[in-house]
Design a protein around this ligand. Structure first.
Ligand code: HEC
Length: 180
């Protein structure tokens, strides 16, 4: 190889390299603009995402007034107030719902078909390792919400008006659906 050939090779090499860099930047910009118009919109509309944000920006403290209706006030770190007052009020469950009723209103959407990583109701393989944690842990996770490896379980299935007992009944109902 002569020095002349060397330089020719080097020049071509640099040209190809430069072209590749330009193409990569182009693809990056294209991907970004596509994501902004499609995926990002879906993520922002995801109730679980919105709920997490509401949790992050909620006030650190709330004042309970003696004699007033303080039902919207919860423990810090505990279940969050409903994301939007209107739908929660519309779906206000009656006080005497059974575990099955609660399940149908608040849990079957995810657990019925095993959506988004939710352990499917009646699926032994999905529930066995969870049952091993004990009923109390399952109920606590269902009440307070739970970020596991499989996905995000929203507090009270996203229906913050459910009482602890109603959530416990729903968990019991789900566990009862497992074949013995
Ligand atoms: C938005 C979807 C969604 C709804 C609605 C939902 N869950 Fe879940 N749930 C999940 C996901 C996802 C997981 C798995 C989390 C993980 O382990 O990664 C889960 C896990 C659980 C677990 C197991 C927790 C553990 O410790 O392993 C229980 C119990 C549970 N849910 C109960 C309920 C009950 C009761 C309701 C109704 C009041 C409900 N879920 C509604 C998504 C949902």
């Amino acid at each position: 190889m002569t020095a002349e050939e060397d330089r020719k090779f080097f020049d071509t090499f640099m040209l190809v390299l430069g072209a590749l860099v330009v193409i990569s930047i182009g693809i990056f910009i294209l991907a970004n603009s596509m994501a902004a118009r499609t995926q990002e919109v879906h993520i922002k509309e995801d109730p679980a995402f919105q709920q997490r944000n509401v949790g992050r920006i909620r006030p650190v403290g709330q004042v309970a007034v003696a004699g007033a209706d303080n039902s919207e006030i919860r423990d810090p770190g505990g279940p969050r107030p409903a994301l939007a007052a209107a739908p929660a009020a519309a779906a206000q469950p009656a006080a005497d719902l059974t575990g099955e009723d609660v399940y149908k209103v608040a849990c079957t959407a995810c657990h019925g078909a095993g959506i988004a990583g939710a352990p499917k109701t009646g699926a032994v393989a999905a529930w066995e390792p969870r049952l091993a944690q004990g009923m109390d842990t399952l109920v606590t996770h269902a009440i307070e919400g739970f970020q596991g490896e499989a996905g995000y379980m929203p507090p009270r299935g996203g229906l913050s008006s459910l009482t602890d007992e109603q959530v416990r009944d729903a968990v019991q109902y789900m566990v009862d659906q497992l074949p013995n």
